[in-house]
Design a protein around this ligand. Structure first.
Ligand SMILES: Nc1ncnc2c1ncn2[C@@H]1O[C@H](COP(=O)(O)OP(=O)(O)O)[C@@H](O)[C@H]1O
Ligand SMILES: [Mg+2]
Length: 361
């Protein structure tokens, strides 16, 4: 078993509190992602789980065994925690070939030469680098170097794999391919994966469950990708999971008013328990027409992106992003030019209380 239990975990550097008391449980065999903005404490958290840092308060247990306990003074060293780790910057040895890089942890552990060769070669094959065993890192692409780092993390057959933004330095196509491969490897090996990233697409695509952390290191929501995408706990979570629009709404004497310029709102009344709120919606949930229902808008920017048209629309003084399939725009005569008027209605809205822009960041 390699479940991870993090309880009341706190890390401070001097008077800078990075993690303010964190509780997370990762189930055995689960692929769990912590998603949060740059600087929120993701790397610090993984270093605490790995044992490169000691907590200021709280506990970390792996497989039911205490690895770090600030109160009890427990601190198991990294090489005794049964885990593998891959960092953003690969950190492969430049002077060692692929096999020697991958075999290195086994060499440190004193594994006999024959077994070491067999296991390194199996790990190299597993990440798709068979045939490149004798190459130096300088003779490999960035994606191949990252595979070396992955094979090296897996060669000791860890119970737990910690991944710290390992795909950041790869181009978009390769990032997508590696994301599928990591997921496939995790399923095949049954290893518990604890992944941290600021990239919401990776987090949604790879995770069984994910946690969303804000800039101050506080957890805003934990759940499956579908739960978090469909039922965001607050405006921050909604804003972090993709391109988002927030249209301010205010209750007037004769009904609700929308946008900075307070245009009368005839759509579904807001459901947010107050007189001031925000409608949160994705660009793909904006319905544009030339004379239908909704609010008046003026197209500020129209970008043809191939399969989609991307519009920036001024809706009652508030900028709104809209995305429509190009085919649909052509068929329905909805290819708007910059400066043209349009009507804007919404197919799906998440209501958030208050008008505070800060909590959406
Ligand atoms: N050794 C350290 N000493 C002081 N501050 C640190 C140290 N390591 C990290 N920090 C601070 O902790 C915060 C979180 O950093 P980090 O975990 O690297 O963020 P990220 O979520 O981008 O991985 C940052 O403000 C960083 O400056
Ligand atoms: Mg980091």
């Amino acid at each position: 078993m390699a479940d991870v239990r993090i309880a009341g975990l706190e890390k401070r550097y001097g008077d800078h509190l990075v993690l303010p008391g964190l509780d997370i449980t990762v189930a055995d065999g689960e692929c769990f992602t912590l998603l949060g903005p740059s600087g929120c404490g993701k790397t610090v958290l993984l270093r605490l789980v790995a044992g490169f840092e000691a907590p200021s308060a709280g506990t970390v247990a792996i497989g039911g065994v205490a690895m770090a306990d600030a109160a009890a003074g427990t601190m198991v060293p990294p090489n005794q925690r049964g885990l593998g780790m891959v960092f953003q910057d690969y950190a492969v040895w430049p002077h060692m070939n692929v096999t020697d890089n991958v075999a290195y942890p086994l060499k440190l552990a004193g594994v006999p030469a024959e077994e070491m060769r067999r296991r390194a070669s199996a790990a190299v094959a597993m990440v798709g680098l068979g045939g490149l065993e004798k190459r130096l890192p300088s003779e490999l692409s960035g994606g191949q170097q990252q595979r070396v780092a992955l094979a090296r993390a897996l060669v000791s057959e860890p119970r737990l794999l910690l991944l710290d933004e390992p795909l950041n330095n790869l181009d978009a196509n390769l990032r997508e391919e590696m994301r599928f491969e990591i997921k496939a490897l995790q399923r095949k090996l049954g290893v518990t994966v604890f992944y941290v990233t600021h990239d919401q697409e990776i987090a949604l695509g790879i995770s069984d469950r994910l946690a969303v952390m804000d800039a101050s290191g506080r957890l805003r929501q934990i759940g499956t990708p579908e739960e978090i995408y469909e039922h965001p706990a607050d405006a921050f979570v909604f804003g972090f999971l993709g391109v988002s629009n927030f249209l301010p709404m205010r209750k007037g004497a004769d009904g609700w008013l929308a946008g900075a310029a307070l245009a009368p709102w005839s759509g579904i009344p807001p459901d947010c328990g107050g007189d001031v709120c925000r409608a949160g919606f994705r660009p793909s949930d904006v319905i544009l027409s030339r004379g239908g229902e909704g609010l008046d808008g003026v197209v500020q920017r129209a970008s043809f992106l191939g399969s989609t048209m991307d519009y920036l629309i001024d809706v009652a003084g508030t900028p709104v992003r809209a995305a429509m399939h190009s085919h649909e725009c052509l068929e329905k005569g909805l290819m708007f030019a910059e400066g043209e008027a349009c009507r804007v209605s919404l197919a799906a809205v998440h209501w958030f209380p208050g008008s505070d822009a800060e909590d959406a960041r």
